[in-house]
Design a protein. Structure first.
Length: 296
């Protein structure tokens, strides 16, 4: 019997949805790459992860794919994945990975394990005083503030000494403060894609003029690259530090160049990252083969 795979999505990414985001074309590209790679050996259906549970338990595997709104419903999302696993559906990446990866506090764990990292201050709900203190702490004139639970630069802020937050500003949630690294604008952000623990392909993402956010939603662009052996080794080193008995089916290791010249970890994206199929013609085939191996 043909295996069935649920390509979990959300109203913001599903084709035909009135709520569809401008960057949801990434859903279409990633789904098409997987279908092409499978070449009919398994059926792939894109479906809202919040669909009735009995509509999802008929699948053999659930890929987290483009469930991009999970950060708005973190507890519900995790409960849904656990329910699917309890029903015998293979979830990729599994709920234990999601639980660990959904709060960016994991970056502190990886830094302690030896990953080259960006200096970070952690706060429950930072305000203006915390931002002013961060300028001095990092000896920096610009900082970036990110939600600990969030994705795609949504809800992110950047402040400078000359333009600090307003007197009454509060982040409104647990957050991390980091110095702004000029390499984001001068060189870009590296993304190294791994499938079943093996390096697949890489790209550099650059922001549009005047911005620092590299996501396509904000006008960012992507360019395929062949990274140096040293840069690949940096990504492999992060993969080796992941605290799981089995490597994730997929991973995107995002990095930026420090002033010292080494790549430092921005994030290890293990939940629903876009994997940039357009930047490597063999990606769909590699992902499909890895999926079929797991399906047996």
């Amino acid at each position: 019997m043909t295996k069935r795979i649920a390509f979990l999505a959300c109203p913001e990414t599903l084709p035909g949805s009135p709520q569809r985001r401008p960057d949801a074309f990434e859903h279409d590209l990633q789904l098409a790459a997987l279908r092409d790679g499978l070449a009919g050996r398994a059926e792939v259906v894109d479906i809202d992860w919040q669909a009735p549970l009995d509509e999802l338990t008929g699948f053999d595997m659930a890929l987290l794919a483009t469930a991009w709104n999970y950060t708005d419903y973190p507890a519900q999302f995790l409960a849904r994945l656990e329910a699917l696993e309890a029903a015998g559906v293979q979830v990729c990446n599994p709920s234990e990975v999601v639980r660990w990866n959904s709060d960016k506090g994991y970056l502190e764990q990886l830094a302690k394990a030896g990953a080259a990292s960006i200096p970070t201050l952690w706060h429950d709900n930072p305000g203006r005083a915390d931002i002013l203190a961060a300028f001095d702490h990092f000896a920096a004139d610009r900082v970036v503030v990110k939600r600990r639970v969030g994705a795609g630069a949504v809800g992110q802020f950047s402040f400078t000494r000359s333009e600090p937050p307003a007197e009454d500003w509060r982040m409104g949630c647990a957050a991390m403060i980091q110095p702004f690294l000029p390499a984001i604008q001068s060189e870009g952000e590296y993304s190294l894609i791994f499938i079943d623990d093996a390096f697949s392909h890489a790209l550099i993402k650059t922001a549009r003029a005047g911005d620092y956010r590299i996501q396509s939603l904000y006008g960012g662009q992507e360019t395929a690259i062949t990274p140096s052996a040293e840069d690949i080794a940096r990504g492999e080193g992060v993969m080796a530090m992941l605290p799981f008995a089995e490597a994730p089916l997929y991973a995107r290791i995002d990095m930026v160049r420090l002033p010292s010249g080494e790549l430092a970890l921005i994030e290890a994206e293990l939940i629903e990252p876009y994997l940039y199929p357009a930047q490597d013609a063999g990606f769909g085939q590699r992902l499909a083969e890895a999926v079929l191996r797991r399906l047996g």
